[in-house]
Design a protein around this ligand. Structure first.
Ligand code: ADP
Ligand code: ASP
Ligand code: MG
Length: 460
């Protein structure tokens, strides 16, 4: 079997959805499980509705719900589904979705309470609504599609908003729900992004989490392939929004893809390749608008590229914390205390540099930052630098090739650099700069490493 995940941009309107049906049909012999995210912009619109309701602006919230969410799906049904009775049935189903969401917004507006648990439930409608429509569309394409509820398949912990799967329970549930259907030639259609905890309460895997859903399902079902269908030709040498001439990378290792996703390449959720690594399942990134292109293949062993740098990514919204204390000098246990505080505040640290009496750490900006800083003050003097960004250069051969760092920093001689980490992972070179210098830095570096390469086997 294979897993085929379609992202929001692949399913933004009726034409895109019809295209997806054709792509699924082309893979039918490989027993696909289809994983779908919400139509592009719908998750953001759902969050907006919930926030408006929590501010007591119920009328505005309902207007967003109607204009940005419900009407859009009605249009999709009208344009995509030909059978009149099937259309009617879908419209009836959407009336229920609409009523449920309005009741939820009403509840949120009365209590003013928008907990992560409630928000997860609200967000789950994006994926749940679209899978209903796609299932019907696949049936009209003569496929035996069946709508599944991912909350009965993906079992997670209870960290609402960023839940982690519980693999043994997920494996058992997926085997029970999916295998018998696949054996009968049925195409299961599942929601990405959502799951449920052991009590059956709806959870989500974090923004962009449908990629992760696909990888989890692929891994527990021992898939031959995990296909991530999106709106670009594959993993590119840089974000195409900054570098329109970015090249497609034909093959990359799990390690490279994982570093790039972690450091901001939005095309993959950062956790996507982790479960696939364990069972060595290849992950393909493919373009649903140009399915004939072979995309990017991510696997354990890849052909050696002649050029050391594979791709450049960046992550905005970073803060740097500097902690200086003479108590650090010659003492042990200091670092542990510091990291325990980050742990308590569930704040992940990306980069760390130390001197004898100070430590600098980069973290993603969080609403909890002030409280975190307050705690850290007990251990020394703290300064915070906000509006920073991490730039990350990735390639399996980065360490083997000399002079990469020299090329990077001489090319960026006009861009002030705050922190540098090289060698912690042998395949990346990472540093921090001001957020507003990101486009300039990425363009310069792309030009430095990719302006005149010709390795058709690796880049295209
Ligand atoms: P989907 O809705 O399919 O999940 P996303 O918007 O989450 O799509 O991810 C695809 C987008 O990621 C692309 O449209 C592109 O703008 C962005 N992106 C950022 N960095 C890269 C990169 N290195 N390679 C490819 N795409 C990238
Ligand atoms: N719809 C979800 C989001 O917007 C999940 C995803 O797109 O992968 O975050
Ligand atoms: Mg995505």
């Amino acid at each position: 079997m294979i897993v085929m995940k379609f992202g929001g941009t692949s399913v933004e309107d009726a034409a895109a959805m019809a295209n997806v049906c054709g792509i699924v049909k082309s893979r039918i012999k490989r027993q696909p499980v289809v994983v779908l995210s919400a139509a592009s912009g719908v998750t953001n619109a759902l969050i907006r509705c919930a926030e408006l309701a929590a501010e007591g602006k119920r009328i505005e919230a309902e207007a967003v719900l109607r204009e940005k969410i419900i009407d859009r799906h009605y249009r999709m049904i009208a344009e995509l589904i030909r059978g009149l009775s099937e259309q009617d049935q879908l419209i009836r189903q959407f009336k229920i979705f609409d009523e449920e969401l309005r009741s939820l917004l009403y509840g949120i507006s009365i209590t003013g309470d928008l907990s992560p648990r409630v928000l997860d439930f609200v967000m789950s409608y994006g994926e749940r609504m679209l899978t209903v429509i796609l299932t019907e569309a696949l049936r009209e394409h003569k496929l035996r599609a069946e709508l599944m509820d991912s909350r009965k398949c993906i079992v997670t912990g209870s960290a609402f908003g960023k839940a982690e799967p519980i693999f043994p329970a997920t494996q058992e549930a997926c085997e029970a729900q999916l295998r018998p259907r696949l054996d009968k030639g049925i195409v299961p259609v599942m929601q990405g992004f959502i799951g449920a905890n052991e009590q059956g309460v709806t959870t989500t895997l974090g923004r962009g989490g449908s990629d992760y859903s696909a990888a989890i399902i692929g891994t527990v079902m021992n898939a031959e392939d995990i296909e991530i269908w999106t709106d670009v030709d594959g993993m590119l040498t840089a974000d195409p929004n900054i570098v329109p001439t970015a090249l497609r990378i034909r093959e990359m290792s799990f390690r490279e893809a994982s570093e790039l996703a972690f450091f901001g390449a939005k095309v993959l959720h950062p956790s996507t390749v982790l479960p696939a690594i364990e069972k060595d399942i290849p992950v393909h990134i493919l373009n649903s608008r140009r399915p004939q292109i072979s995309g990017t293949l991510i696997k354990a062993q890849i052909a050696q590229a002649a050029i050391a740098v594979k791709s450049i990514s960046y992550k905005r919204g970073i803060s740097i914390l500097n902690i200086s204390s003479t108590r650090m000098l010659g003492s042990y246990g200091f670092m542990k205390k510091i990291f325990d505080i980050f742990n308590e505040h569930q704040t992940a640290v990306d980069l760390v540099t130390t001197s004898e009496v100070s430590i600098s750490l980069s973290i993603e900006h969080s609403p909890d930052l002030d409280r975190l800083v307050g705690k850290l003050r007990e251990y020394g003097e703290i300064t915070v630098q906000r509006n920073k960004a991490i730039i990350c250069i990735v390639g399996e051969r980065l360490r083997a090739e000399r002079g990469i760092a020299a090329r990077v920093f001489s090319r960026l001689r006009d861009v002030p650099v705050d922190m540098i980490s090289h060698g912690a992972s042998e395949i990346n070179l990472t540093f921090v700069i001001d957020e507003d210098r990101v486009p300039e830095a990425v363009l310069e570096l792309h030009d430095e490493f990719f302006s005149n390469i010709s390795e058709p086997g690796v880049f295209e």
